[in-house]
Design a protein around this ligand. Structure first.
Ligand code: UT7
Length: 330
């Protein structure tokens, strides 16, 4: 059983930071950022909560799908940057869009979130005959986690949301999800610490392998993550492709996570696929974590590049370290 992407929508914040804007806080320049990453500018949420962006994107997706939101049976929100530990962002979105007959939960697989969510949605649709539509919303405000004194990471990320309404279909579908938690400390942000009133000594054999992180600030070992990403991208495609015996030449569009254009170029070479077959949006969005694949997918559809019946490979990789690929017919 496959899925049909019935409608999509997106929202990006009004505030745009150009490369030169970063010279206000760090020693950098437009040329370094362009040549090392491919990024020119990125939206950053000045006032918009993450949930707000998700609600806006979701409303547009429901409108594009032309469905009654009361027929949505499940809302999955993927994010690494929720405004609240609880409630889930999915519940906020579910209420805001009028999905009054729906369950809702959050899913965090960092930048691979949308790939994990699509796979999860398909499994729900396969096992629950009463479920007609699933709404997936990928919403991120990386800017709120950034260390604006770290020039190696703060220039990479952007904020935004993109959503999709999914239904079951007999179209082509394959997916492969993976995680390598041995690299969990290469890309991380600490969410909480023990209050001083109740802290006590840890046993001698307890080992927290994570660096002593500032609360709510993203830490990244850029070089190691880069190495991982250039391997994870072709591997994810190969894992999903071999399940259904499809070759790279049969794929119309590759839609990878948008972290660094050099990562995409290296992976394209490894795969033996022309860059013309890759949708690249990081020049104007930066890396928007789980929102980056659906933002690129939606832009490709809106520009008329991606057409019904074409075969797509969506490939995610990121913190966790998670990675995974989905091959589907649009
Ligand atoms: O969502 C998935 C997660 N993230 C990724 O996929 C990111 C993966 N990593 C990368 O994209 C790259 O490693 C970076 C873009 C983060 C860094 O690029 P790089 O080519 O690996 O640069 P580098 O870390 O080796 O740094 C080279 C130099 C250093 O200076 P020295 O030591 O050679 O004097 C850095 O201090 O560039 C310097 N540098 C900068 N210079 C100007 C680092 N950041 C900047 C900056 N502006 N923003």
């Amino acid at each position: 059983m496959g899925i049909n992407i019935l409608g999509m929508g997106s929202y990006v914040p009004e505030q745009i930071l150009k490369n030169d804007d970063f010279t206000r806080f760090i020693e950098t320049n437009d040329e370094w950022i362009r040549t090392r990453t491919g990024i020119v500018e990125r939206p950053m949420a000045g006032w918009e909560p993450t949930w707000y962006m998700g609600c806006q994107a979701s409303r547009k997706a429901i409108e594009a799908a032309g469905i009654d939101p009361a027929e949505i049976g499940l809302v999955i929100s993927c994010s690494a940057t929720s405004d609240f530990h609880t409630p889930s962002m999915a519940s906020i979105i579910q209420d805001s869009v009028g999905a009054v007959n729906s369950g809702a939960f959050d899913l965090n697989a960092a930048c691979t979130g949308f790939v994990y969510a699509l796979d999860t949605a398909r499994r729900f649709l396969e096992t629950d005959d009463d479920l007609k539509y699933v709404l997936i919303s990928a919403n991120e405000s990386l800017s709120k986690f950034l260390d604006f004194t770290d020039r190696g990471s703060c220039i990479l990320f952007g904020d935004g949301a993109a959503a999709a309404v999914i239904e079951r279909s007999d179209k082509l579908f394959s997916s492969a999800l993976r995680s390598d938690g041995s690299g969990a400390d290469l890309l991380c942000a600490r969410a909480m610490k023990v209050p001083s009133e109740i802290s006590c000594e840890a046993p001698a054999d307890f080992n927290d392998s994570f660096p002593d992180l500032q609360l709510h600030k993203l830490f990244q070992n850029g070089k190691e993550v880069y190495k991982f990403a250039t391997q994870a991208l072709p591997k994810s495609f190969a894992l999903a492709a071999e399940k259904i015996g499809i070759t790279k030449d049969e794929i119309d569009w590759f839609i990878p996570h948008q972290a660094n254009v050099r990562i995409i170029e290296t992976a394209a070479k490894k795969l033996g696929v022309s860059m013309d077959k890759f949708i690249v949006t990081l020049d104007h969005f930066g890396n928007t974590s789980s929102a980056s694949i659906p933002l690129a997918l939606n832009e490709g559809i809106e520009k008329g590049l991606i057409k019904r019946g074409q075969k797509l490979a969506l490939i995610g990789f990121g913190a966790g370290l998670t990675y995974g690929g989905i091959i589907l017919e649009y």
